[in-house]
Each structure stands twice: as C-alpha cells, then as structure tokens.
Design a protein around this ligand. Sequence first.
Ligand code: GLP
Length: 241
Amino acid sequence: MNIVKVANYESMSLKACEKLTSFLKTTDNPVLGLATGSTPEGLYRCLIEKQQQGEISFNNTTTFNLDEYVGLKGNDPNSYRYFMNDKLFDHIDIQLENTHIPNGETSDMNAECETFEKELKEKGPVDIQILGLGLNGHIGFNEPGTPFNSRTHVVELDESTRQANSRFFSSIDEVPKHAITMGIDTIMESKEIILLVSGENKAEAVKKLVQGEVTEEFPASILQKHSNVTIIADEAALSQI
Ligand code: GLP
C-alpha cells in the first residue's frame, strides 16, 4: 500500500483532487466509485471548482456509490442520494442517469442488490474507488464480520456505526438500522483504490488497517491484498504508525 502523508484535512482533499483531476483529464469514459461521510466532502468541493473553472468535465463519467441507508427516500436530507446530489452532482456537468447509488426505498432489497451488481458488471469495472474508513474498520457499510467474498448486500448496522452517524440525524432513533452496501469482493474489483483518512480519532483504525492482521473482524484490512491502493492520510490519522 502506498501511504501519502499530508499535513491536514485540506491537503488530504487537495491531494486526492489532484489525482482525480489528472485521471479525468486523460481518460475517455471514466468510472468512479464514490463515498459519502465527512471525509470526502473537501475532495468534492475541489472537484466542483475544477469543473466550474473548465479544467475537467464529468460529461462522460459514470459513478457508483458504495452504499445507501434502507428506508430513507432519495429526497431525505440524510439519504446518501441526497448527500451526493447536494455535495457534488448538482454542481457539476454529470448526467444524473450515469450516477448509481443503491436505492434504499425499494421493497425488494435483494432485487435491488442484484440490479446494482448487474449495472456494475455492464458499466464497470470501477477505475478509481474513493473510500473512507469507519472507526471499527468498516468500508462502505461492511461491518466487522462481513465475509471477504461478499457482493452487494443488505447489512444490519453496528450500534457503534449508528452512534457515529447519529451526528447527522436529530436523534439516534432516526438512524436507520439497515443499509445496502457494495460487498467487500465488489470493492476489491476496483482497479485502483484511494482511501482518505483524517483526524486523530481514526489513528487506531489506520494502524490496524496498515499493520494489523488481515481479518474479517477488521474489514479494511483486506486492502493490504489489493495491488493498487493509495492511502492519503493526515498527520493526526497517522499518529500511531
Ligand atoms: C459511513 C459510510 C462510510 C464512511 C464512514 C466514515 O458510515 N458508510 O462509507 O466511509 O462512515 O465516515 P466519515 O468520513 O464521516 O468519518
């Protein structure tokens, strides 16, 4: 794994933005894997600027997002569809029909997982997958214990994940108990992975990811087995290494 150490959140976002910008400039029909959470927000702000300055275009870009809460409508401010539209898609020249996020409001979740996998197979593979890191080592919403060979599936969220994400909701009771997520095997099929991580609260998780045993109990540890992973991390996140 290639580790790029940067000073802070801002430089992490800029470094990731530079990498994606040069990739988008030199690729005809790029397929990006995108993530939600606080971590990639700075990257998305930078990409919006680059597009608005005419440096890059998303006109031929296809995107696949990692995950979505079950039970939230797309226009619910806490849904990941809303997040992506609000933080990125509404501000760039992407065709919305080329953006794929699991649909959390369908009544047949298994069919939705199959449809998502089918679209990935038809339009993928993902060229570059952006990942954040959960405090318990989750990637997407693959919680500890998820089999490494998992494909897109419905998960029951850990209490710790619901607690961590409750900061976006008015109370923990409103945080959904389930989500749809790309599986670990699905994520590992991306040609390249860029994991972003910032802040001291993630330092222990980063240490386990880089130096720990590869185990399903710590999902992100699987990245040690991928041939093209770059971790862009700030000094605080790397403070235990
Ligand atoms: C969420 C998302 C993940 C994200 C992680 C970290 O639960 N499902 O995709 O990477 O938690 O979030 P944050 O970047 O806000 O720390």
